[in-house]
Design a protein around this ligand. Structure first.
Ligand SMILES: [Zn+2]
Length: 397
């Protein structure tokens, strides 16, 4: 079956826009993209774009499908049975896909729910984004995220913890190099896993051909992770010049997850978010703002990631991050690339996803109107008229 998206603006994901292009999809792949007159097979399903815009499916590089975005999601997830976590996660996966996010990287699950969810989506049992998952995050004893993490101390144990995640089927290994906001009594700026510990874990992941990522807020922890060979920096609150220049030199992307801090800050204690989390958010926010700007100006690759699942950071509202990037100085086109081409590189799937190109998988969305003129459109569920994943229509028409 051939589907033809006919005569519309096509944002390719690589910074280009074609104004009157036709895109043909056959099976699970894009087989043609061209401006002007394109021969469309008679029996093709025709989808006229008519003032609507075709884009690559978005990729959220940092979500937690096991967390429900309630005011205190860690407490919630620990209090509920694992079966409830799994049922909720299935619902969140669907909401994410319907919002136009066709792939995600899950950056910390609970007791294997993320691994099973990936399998359920892959096999077609439930709708959801393509998933790369980290399994349990790896932290020091009492370190950030310990409540759902695998605590490990010393290089040997961190190595073992990485091996465990890979054995369980993780696609990536996530480490905690610093404190964070959502764990009581840890400082976001403090170092946690040491450079030696990170190095042991990263080496192990790389041996198995897996990428690594680190939660990293404080400067020293960010530097530890960069020196230890990490593949991406998540959050990056206190970047300094040395960190930025190392990121440029080694081409290490930043996933700033602006919406995590934005939602905690805008909802506050009144909405039930623990006071310690709100206080720490207010503390780190101005530094984070500065760091994102510094990274952007220096040419660090910035990928869209939301940290969806943290307080009021709702699954299905992922594309708020595109707007937040624009509010922090990215052009709308750059912000869209962050959520498509660059995010596909972070996932290591840029040969298959991230741009509309012949031969790539047909993960595509149709948006009412022009997101380059109004990037806020992307956040409106009704404006996301159609979602195609691997050539299958999962929403619309
Ligand atoms: Zn996270």
């Amino acid at each position: 079956m051939i589907t033809a998206f006919v005569d519309g603006p096509v944002i390719k994901g690589d910074g280009q826009i074609l104004e009157h292009a036709t895109v043909l999809v056959e099976g699970e792949r894009i087989v043609k993209i061209a401006e002007g007159n394109v021969a469309i097979p008679k029996d093709a399903r025709r989808i006229p774009l008519d003032g609507r815009t075709l884009l690559p499916g978005f990729i959220d590089s940092h979500v937690h499908l096991c967390m429900d975005a309630s005011p205190d999601p860690i407490t919630t997830v620990l209090a509920e049975p694992l079966t409830m976590t799994a049922i909720k996660a299935a619902q969140f996966a669907k909401q994410t896909l319907m919002a136009g996010v066709t792939s995600v990287r899950d950056m910390g699950g609970r007791n294997g729910v993320d691994l099973v969810l990936r399998q359920a989506v892959q096999s077609g049992l439930i709708p959801g984004p393509r998933m790369l998952v980290s399994g349990q995050l790896i932290c020091m004893t009492g370190g950030h995220g310990w409540q759902i993490g695998r605590e490990a101390n010393g290089p040997d144990e961190v190595r073992k913890a990485a091996r465990e995640q890979i054995k369980a089927g993780a696609d990536i290994v996530k480490f905690m190099a610093t404190g964070g906001v959502m764990t009581p009594a840890v400082e976001p700026g403090s170092e946690q896993l040491t450079e030696e510990e990170l190095h042991a874990g990263i080496q192990e992941a790389h041996k198995a051909g897996k990428k690594t990522a680190t939660h990293a807020m404080g400067t020293k922890g960010i530097l530890n992770a960069l020196r230890a060979g990490i593949d991406s920096i998540e959050h990056g609150v206190y970047l300094d010049e040395e960190a930025v220049s190392l990121m440029v030199k080694h081409d290490i992307p930043l996933i700033p997850t602006i919406s995590a801090l934005y939602n905690i800050d805008s909802k506050g204690v009144e909405a039930g978010i623990p006071a310690f989390a709100v206080e720490k958010t207010l503390q780190v926010k101005p530094f984070h703002l500065k760091s994102v700007r510094m990274a952007h100006e220096a040419g660090v690759r910035v990928a869209m990631g939301t940290d969806a699942g943290t307080p009021f950071n709702l699954h299905g509202e992922n594309l708020i991050e595109v707007r937040l990037l624009v509010e922090r100085g990215f052009s709308p086109m750059e912000a869209i690339e962050s959520g498509t081409r660059i995010a596909s590189q972070v996932l290591g799937l840029d040969k298959e996803l991230g741009t509309i190109e012949e031969g790539k998988l047909a993960d595509l969305i149709v948006v009412d109107g022009n997101p380059l003129e109004d990037v806020g459109l992307l956040l409106n569920g009704e404006a996301i008229r159609l979602v195609m994943q691997g050539g299958k229509l999962v929403k619309g028409e």
